[in-house]
Write a new protein. Structure first.
Length: 257
């Protein structure tokens, strides 16, 4: 069938088309070589997913790209750059979730960074505090910026490094923190959490003076549905400060004390 199609096309037209294709690929090759000979004109850093959390900035990324001022990129030819190596340098920062380094036609080096977002801060009575990232990673506290996230006090804190998801207790705590982070109302209201020796939670909210006895870190969604009922239907009727404690520890019940 293809042979019949080509038989109908004039020879001159086939030759002309072939020449155009050849010229096209030669132009691409020439353009690529010309681009490679260009020098790095500027390094442009873009940080996304900050959402008012500024754990990293352009200067820190520039410092990592330049290998802490031991390998300056400005003025180098683009063909000299190892983009994978540059991405590896930037990934060393604990708050870098993803990074992509690429070149544009103007000779600029573009560094696009997605920042890891913190969802809670763990108070450590025996050492330094640390943050919990959105994927469970334990992240260092920086003097540069303090995130507005719930503060968590854990009795006999078992978490030191790595990821909360590495342990059963850590996974339970992470599931609770993730639920709070993903709920607009409770994320704004829950300011402080205490995890006792039995790994049961008590919460302090900003909407009232009550403490919330959450109990074991299980049936999280079910317990928060009960808490929603309490704050939307019971407390407005009884009075926001009529009770000191809201307990969700008992299965299927809301106990006001």
């Amino acid at each position: 069938m293809l042979k019949n199609i080509f038989d109908r096309i004039p020879v001159r037209q086939l030759i002309a088309s072939g020449i155009l294709v050849l010229v096209f690929f030669i132009a691409i090759g020439f353009s690529g070589k010309k681009q490679a000979k260009k020098h790095v004109n500027e390094v442009v850093v873009k940080i996304v997913n900050q959402e008012n959390n500024y754990f990293i900035d352009d200067l820190e990324i520039m410092d990592l790209v330049n290998a802490e001022n031991t390998d300056f990129l400005l003025g180098l030819r683009l063909e000299q750059l190892n983009l994978k190596e540059l991405e590896k340098r930037v990934r060393k920062h604990p708050f870098v979730k993803e990074v992509q380094v690429f070149k544009d036609l103007k000779g600029n080096l573009l560094v696009e960074v997605i920042q890891t977002r913190a969802i809670a801060r763990i108070y450590n009575s025996k050492g330094k505090d640390f943050y919990i990232g959105e994927e469970g990673h334990i992240l260092p506290v920086t003097a540069k910026y303090t995130a507005r996230v719930p503060l968590v006090e854990v009795k006999n804190n078992p978490f030191k490094d790595g990821n909360l998801l590495d342990t059963e207790k850590g996974e339970k705590l992470f599931n609770l923190l993730t639920f709070i982070d993903g709920n607009k109302f409770w994320n704004a209201q829950i300011a402080h959490l205490f995890i006792d020796r039995d790994f049961e939670a008590t919460m302090l909210t900003q909407v009232s003076k009550q403490k919330v006895e959450f109990g074991a870190l299980e049936n999280i969604e079910k317990k928060f549905r009960k808490l929603d009922v309490c704050y939307k239907k019971l407390l407005p009727v009884k009075g926001w400060n009529a009770y000191d404690t809201v307990s969700l520890k008992f299965n299927g019940q809301i106990v006001l004390k």
